[in-house]
Design a protein around this ligand. Structure first.
Ligand code: TMP
Length: 211
Protein backbone atom coordinates (compact mmCIF):
# COMPACT_ATOMS: atom_id res chain seq x y z
CA UNK A 1 0.00 0.00 0.00
CA UNK A 2 1.13 3.55 -0.80
CA UNK A 3 0.11 6.23 1.73
CA UNK A 4 0.75 9.97 1.40
CA UNK A 5 0.45 12.79 3.91
CA UNK A 6 -0.51 16.27 2.76
CA UNK A 7 -1.26 19.59 4.41
CA UNK A 8 -0.26 23.23 4.77
CA UNK A 9 2.97 24.28 6.51
CA UNK A 10 3.06 23.23 10.16
CA UNK A 11 0.18 20.76 9.89
CA UNK A 12 2.12 18.11 11.86
CA UNK A 13 2.92 15.63 9.07
CA UNK A 14 6.33 14.54 10.41
CA UNK A 15 4.98 13.76 13.88
CA UNK A 16 2.02 11.83 12.48
CA UNK A 17 4.17 9.91 10.00
CA UNK A 18 6.49 8.77 12.83
CA UNK A 19 3.46 7.67 14.87
CA UNK A 20 1.92 5.77 11.97
CA UNK A 21 5.23 4.11 11.09
CA UNK A 22 5.66 2.91 14.70
CA UNK A 23 2.13 1.53 14.83
CA UNK A 24 2.42 -0.29 11.50
CA UNK A 25 5.80 -1.77 12.47
CA UNK A 26 4.40 -2.87 15.82
CA UNK A 27 1.73 -4.69 13.82
CA UNK A 28 4.48 -6.53 11.94
CA UNK A 29 4.42 -4.52 8.70
CA UNK A 30 7.57 -3.51 6.80
CA UNK A 31 7.45 0.25 6.19
CA UNK A 32 9.46 2.67 4.03
CA UNK A 33 9.12 6.33 4.98
CA UNK A 34 10.18 8.94 2.46
CA UNK A 35 9.40 12.50 1.41
CA UNK A 36 9.16 14.99 -1.41
CA UNK A 37 11.15 16.86 -2.20
CA UNK A 38 14.31 15.16 -0.94
CA UNK A 39 13.60 11.42 -0.79
CA UNK A 40 16.45 10.51 -3.13
CA UNK A 41 19.92 11.82 -3.99
CA UNK A 42 18.69 14.09 -6.80
CA UNK A 43 15.81 15.21 -4.61
CA UNK A 44 18.17 16.44 -1.89
CA UNK A 45 19.85 18.75 -4.37
CA UNK A 46 16.49 19.93 -5.71
CA UNK A 47 15.13 20.43 -2.17
CA UNK A 48 18.02 22.75 -1.33
CA UNK A 49 17.19 24.86 -4.40
CA UNK A 50 13.41 24.76 -4.00
CA UNK A 51 13.15 25.61 -0.31
CA UNK A 52 16.03 28.00 0.25
CA UNK A 53 15.13 31.65 0.88
CA UNK A 54 18.27 32.41 -1.17
CA UNK A 55 16.45 31.14 -4.27
CA UNK A 56 14.85 34.28 -5.62
CA UNK A 57 13.08 34.92 -8.91
CA UNK A 58 12.33 31.24 -9.57
CA UNK A 59 9.75 31.17 -12.34
CA UNK A 60 6.59 29.19 -11.39
CA UNK A 61 7.06 26.84 -14.35
CA UNK A 62 10.71 26.22 -13.49
CA UNK A 63 9.63 25.48 -9.92
CA UNK A 64 6.99 23.08 -11.25
CA UNK A 65 9.47 21.13 -13.37
CA UNK A 66 11.92 20.79 -10.48
CA UNK A 67 9.17 19.23 -8.33
CA UNK A 68 8.20 16.94 -11.21
CA UNK A 69 11.83 15.90 -11.80
CA UNK A 70 12.14 15.05 -8.12
CA UNK A 71 8.91 13.04 -8.28
CA UNK A 72 9.86 11.02 -11.37
CA UNK A 73 13.27 10.09 -9.95
CA UNK A 74 11.85 9.38 -6.50
CA UNK A 75 9.18 7.03 -7.86
CA UNK A 76 11.77 5.13 -9.91
CA UNK A 77 14.49 5.01 -7.27
CA UNK A 78 12.61 4.68 -3.97
CA UNK A 79 8.85 4.13 -4.18
CA UNK A 80 8.62 1.39 -6.82
CA UNK A 81 11.49 -0.70 -5.40
CA UNK A 82 10.01 -0.45 -1.87
CA UNK A 83 6.63 -1.58 -3.17
CA UNK A 84 8.30 -4.47 -4.97
CA UNK A 85 9.88 -5.53 -1.65
CA UNK A 86 6.34 -5.65 -0.22
CA UNK A 87 6.73 -2.55 1.94
CA UNK A 88 4.02 -0.12 2.92
CA UNK A 89 5.33 3.21 1.60
CA UNK A 90 4.56 6.42 3.48
CA UNK A 91 5.47 9.61 1.67
CA UNK A 92 5.53 13.09 3.21
CA UNK A 93 3.93 15.08 0.34
CA UNK A 94 3.42 13.82 -3.20
CA UNK A 95 1.59 14.79 -6.40
CA UNK A 96 -1.30 16.52 -4.58
CA UNK A 97 1.18 19.09 -3.24
CA UNK A 98 1.87 20.14 -6.83
CA UNK A 99 -1.83 20.73 -7.51
CA UNK A 100 -2.31 22.58 -4.20
CA UNK A 101 0.86 24.73 -4.30
CA UNK A 102 1.69 25.22 -8.00
CA UNK A 103 -1.97 25.04 -9.10
CA UNK A 104 -4.10 26.73 -6.43
CA UNK A 105 -1.19 28.64 -4.86
CA UNK A 106 0.72 29.87 -7.91
CA UNK A 107 -2.18 29.78 -10.37
CA UNK A 108 -0.86 27.25 -12.91
CA UNK A 109 -3.47 25.34 -14.88
CA UNK A 110 -4.71 22.39 -12.81
CA UNK A 111 -5.65 20.28 -15.86
CA UNK A 112 -2.10 20.62 -17.15
CA UNK A 113 -0.69 19.72 -13.72
CA UNK A 114 -2.82 16.56 -13.63
CA UNK A 115 -1.37 15.50 -17.00
CA UNK A 116 2.22 16.26 -15.94
CA UNK A 117 1.74 14.52 -12.59
CA UNK A 118 0.54 11.43 -14.47
CA UNK A 119 3.82 11.43 -16.42
CA UNK A 120 5.95 11.85 -13.26
CA UNK A 121 4.02 9.34 -11.15
CA UNK A 122 3.99 6.68 -13.91
CA UNK A 123 1.08 4.77 -12.38
CA UNK A 124 2.29 4.92 -8.76
CA UNK A 125 -0.68 6.87 -7.37
CA UNK A 126 -1.29 6.51 -3.62
CA UNK A 127 -4.20 4.41 -2.38
CA UNK A 128 -4.60 6.55 0.73
CA UNK A 129 -3.96 10.27 1.29
CA UNK A 130 -4.19 11.72 4.78
CA UNK A 131 -4.93 15.43 4.55
CA UNK A 132 -3.98 17.08 7.85
CA UNK A 133 -6.30 20.05 7.56
CA UNK A 134 -5.41 23.20 9.44
CA UNK A 135 -5.95 26.95 9.22
CA UNK A 136 -2.73 28.33 7.68
CA UNK A 137 -2.40 30.93 10.47
CA UNK A 138 -2.12 28.15 13.03
CA UNK A 139 0.34 26.15 10.93
CA UNK A 140 2.57 29.14 10.24
CA UNK A 141 2.64 29.98 13.96
CA UNK A 142 3.92 26.44 14.60
CA UNK A 143 6.66 26.68 11.94
CA UNK A 144 7.74 30.08 13.27
CA UNK A 145 8.01 28.68 16.81
CA UNK A 146 10.04 25.76 15.43
CA UNK A 147 12.41 28.10 13.54
CA UNK A 148 12.92 30.28 16.63
CA UNK A 149 13.70 27.21 18.72
CA UNK A 150 16.20 26.02 16.11
CA UNK A 151 17.82 29.17 14.64
CA UNK A 152 20.66 27.19 13.03
CA UNK A 153 18.36 24.73 11.23
CA UNK A 154 18.33 24.32 7.44
CA UNK A 155 17.36 27.38 5.41
CA UNK A 156 14.00 26.04 4.14
CA UNK A 157 11.65 29.00 4.53
CA UNK A 158 10.87 29.98 0.93
CA UNK A 159 7.23 28.84 1.10
CA UNK A 160 6.70 29.91 4.72
CA UNK A 161 7.64 33.40 3.51
CA UNK A 162 4.67 33.45 1.09
CA UNK A 163 1.76 35.69 2.10
CA UNK A 164 -1.20 34.30 4.02
CA UNK A 165 -3.50 34.47 0.99
CA UNK A 166 -1.20 32.03 -0.84
CA UNK A 167 -1.46 29.52 2.02
CA UNK A 168 -5.25 29.96 2.17
CA UNK A 169 -5.47 29.08 -1.53
CA UNK A 170 -3.27 26.02 -0.93
CA UNK A 171 -5.63 24.84 1.83
CA UNK A 172 -8.66 25.39 -0.41
CA UNK A 173 -6.88 23.42 -3.14
CA UNK A 174 -6.38 20.47 -0.83
CA UNK A 175 -10.01 20.53 0.27
CA UNK A 176 -11.11 20.64 -3.37
CA UNK A 177 -8.91 17.61 -4.12
CA UNK A 178 -10.39 15.73 -1.17
CA UNK A 179 -13.89 16.39 -2.49
CA UNK A 180 -12.84 15.15 -5.92
CA UNK A 181 -11.26 11.93 -4.59
CA UNK A 182 -13.31 10.99 -1.50
CA UNK A 183 -12.23 7.33 -1.47
CA UNK A 184 -8.51 8.10 -1.54
CA UNK A 185 -8.55 11.12 0.81
CA UNK A 186 -9.23 11.23 4.53
CA UNK A 187 -9.55 14.79 5.83
CA UNK A 188 -8.33 15.01 9.41
CA UNK A 189 -8.72 18.03 11.68
CA UNK A 190 -5.08 18.72 12.60
CA UNK A 191 -5.87 21.56 15.03
CA UNK A 192 -6.45 19.00 17.82
CA UNK A 193 -3.87 17.34 20.02
CA UNK A 194 -1.37 14.87 18.57
CA UNK A 195 -3.00 11.75 20.06
CA UNK A 196 -6.44 12.54 18.69
CA UNK A 197 -5.03 13.21 15.22
CA UNK A 198 -2.96 9.98 15.38
CA UNK A 199 -6.07 8.02 16.29
CA UNK A 200 -7.96 9.35 13.24
CA UNK A 201 -4.95 8.67 11.01
CA UNK A 202 -4.80 5.08 12.25
CA UNK A 203 -8.52 4.55 11.72
CA UNK A 204 -8.36 5.85 8.14
CA UNK A 205 -5.36 3.64 7.32
CA UNK A 206 -6.79 0.55 9.04
CA UNK A 207 -10.06 0.92 7.08
CA UNK A 208 -8.16 1.06 3.80
CA UNK A 209 -5.85 -1.83 4.72
CA UNK A 210 -8.92 -3.93 5.55
CA UNK A 211 -10.76 -2.88 2.36
P1 TMP B 1 8.21 20.24 3.64
O1 TMP B 1 8.90 19.01 3.16
O2 TMP B 1 8.86 20.83 4.83
O3 TMP B 1 6.75 20.04 3.81
O4 TMP B 1 8.42 21.35 2.52
C1 TMP B 1 8.17 21.15 1.20
C2 TMP B 1 7.69 22.45 0.59
O5 TMP B 1 7.59 22.28 -0.82
C3 TMP B 1 6.32 22.87 1.09
O6 TMP B 1 6.31 24.27 1.31
C4 TMP B 1 5.40 22.56 -0.07
C5 TMP B 1 6.30 22.65 -1.28
N1 TMP B 1 5.91 21.74 -2.37
C6 TMP B 1 5.40 22.27 -3.54
O7 TMP B 1 5.23 23.48 -3.65
N2 TMP B 1 5.07 21.43 -4.57
C7 TMP B 1 5.27 20.07 -4.50
O8 TMP B 1 4.98 19.34 -5.46
C8 TMP B 1 5.83 19.53 -3.28
C9 TMP B 1 6.07 18.05 -3.16
C10 TMP B 1 6.13 20.40 -2.24
Amino acid sequence: MFITFEGVEGSGKSTQIARLQARLEAAGRAVTVTRQPGGCELGLTLRAILLSTKTTNLDSRAELFLYLADRAQHVAEIIRPAQQRGHIVICDRFADSTVAYQGYGRGLDVGLLNTLNDVAVAGAWPQCTLLLDLEPEQGLRRTLARALANPHGADEGRFEAEHLEFHRRVRQGYLALATLHPRRFAVIDASRDVDQVAQDVWQAVAERLAG
